[in-house]
Design a protein around this ligand. Structure first.
Ligand SMILES: [Zn+2]
Length: 296
C-alpha cells in the first residue's frame, strides 16, 4: 500500500468510526478539538484544602472518563444564620470570577474579623471541566448559565440541590463580558430598584472604572414578569424564583487586566456584603410568590 492508498484508507476508517460512534456531535467536537488543559481543578482543590476552612463536595460531574468534584467552601461566623452564597466559574473562560472567589476564601480563612456577621457558602468552580479547558461551555457544549432554569446539566442538578438545602439569604454569581468595555450588574425582581444603580455609580467613582455604556445606569434589572420569557434564565434568576430575595450577577470587562477585574469583583462583593445583609432574607414559598407578584 503506497502513501496515498494508506491515507485514503485511514480517512475511510476515521469516517466509519465517527459514523458508528454513539457520542453526540458536540461530544465528538469536545473530544477532538479541546486544547490541552492550562489549569488544573486539583490545584484549586489543594489551595482550598490549605485554607483549613470546611469544604464539602456537592457531588461530581463525569465527562470522558474524567471526574470533577464540585466543592463548596463554608465559612461559619454566626450560629443559625443562612449563608451568603457565591458562585463563580459557571462560564469556564471567565476566570476573574473564580480568582475573586478564591481570593475571598483566602482572606476569610486568614482574617476571622472579616465579615464577622456573615456566613458563606462559596462554590468557586461551577463548571470545572470548562475552567480547566478554558471554555465557556461544559463538556457537552451546554451553556450552564443560559440553560440554568430550563435544561438540566450535571452541574445545574448539583447547584440546584445546594440552593434547595441552603436557604441562601443572598446569591451572587461572578461572570465576565467580552463585549462591554465597563462593568455592570444584573438583578432579578429586586425589591429595591434604586439600590443597585446607586451602588454601581459609587463603585465606578471610587475605583475610577468605567460602567458599561450600553447598560442603563450599569444595571440590567430583570422584572419578575419577564422571567418566563427571559432568554437567559440564569442561576440568579432561578435562585430568585426559589425565594432568595436579592440575587445578583457581576460582570467585568475581559479587556481589562485580570488583576483589575478581580479587584472589581471583590469591591462589588464588599459593597453588597456590607450594605445589604441587614435586610436580605430567604423568603418562604408563599411569601416569595406574593413578593414576585407585587413587581408586576
Ligand atoms: Zn458568564
Amino acid at each position: 500500500m503506497n502513501f496515498t492508498q494508506a491515507f485514503i484508507t485511514s480517512l475511510v476508517l476515521i469516517n466509519l468510526i465517527a459514523c458508528s460512534s454513539q457520542v453526540s456531535p458536540i461530544k465528538a467536537w469536545a473530544e477532538f478539538w479541546h486544547p490541552m488543559p492550562q489549569r488544573y481543578v486539583n490545584t484549586v482543590i489543594q489551595r482550598l484544602t490549605a485554607t483549613g476552612l470546611p469544604m464539602q463536595s456537592l457531588g461530581s460531574v463525569h465527562y470522558a472518563q474524567q471526574t470533577f468534584p464540585l466543592k463548596v467552601v463554608r465559612v461559619q461566623r454566626v450560629a443559625k444564620q443562612a449563608p451568603v452564597c457565591i458562585f463563580a466559574g459557571v462560564h469556564g473562560n471567565e476566570i476573574a470570577g473564580t480568582e475573586a472567589a478564591l481570593s475571598l476564601i483566602d482572606d476569610l480563612a486568614r482574617d476571622s474579623s472579616l465579615y464577622p456577621q456573615t456566613n458563606f457558602a462559596i462554590l468557586p468552580l461551577v463548571n470545572p471541566w470548562g475552567w480547566e479547558h478554558g471554555f465557556r461551555y461544559n463538556y457537552e457544549g451546554q451553556d450552564i448559565a443560559r440553560n440554568f432554569a430550563l435544561q438540566g446539566t450535571q452541574e445545574t442538578v448539583l447547584v440546584k440541590q445546594l440552593l434547595a438545602k441552603e436557604s441562601c439569604r443572598l446569591v451572587v454569581d461572578l461572570h465576565e463580558d467580552s463585549q462591554h468595555s465597563g462593568f455592570y450588574l444584573l438583578t432579578y425582581a429586586n425589591p429595591d430598584p434604586s439600590f443597585t444603580p446607586r451602588l454601581v455609580q459609587q463603585l465606578a467613582k471610587a475605583l475610577g472604572v468605567e460602567v458599561a455604556k450600553q447598560v442603563p445606569q450599569g444595571v440590567y434589572q430583570v422584572a419578575a414578569e419577564d422571567f418566563a420569557t427571559n432568554p437567559r434564565p440564569t442561576l440568579s434568576q432561578y435562585a430568585r424564583e426559589q425565594g432568595v430575595e436579592q440575587t445578583y450577577i457581576i460582570e467585568t470587562p475581559m479587556q481589562l487586566a485580570l488583576e483589575q477585574r478581580v479587584s472589581i469583583h471583590r469591591k462589588v462583593l464588599d459593597k453588597l456584603l456590607t450594605q445589604l445583609p441587614s435586610h436580605t432574607r430567604h423568603l418562604a414559598p408563599c411569601e416569595n410568590r406574593g413578593a414576585l407578584l407585587e413587581t408586576f
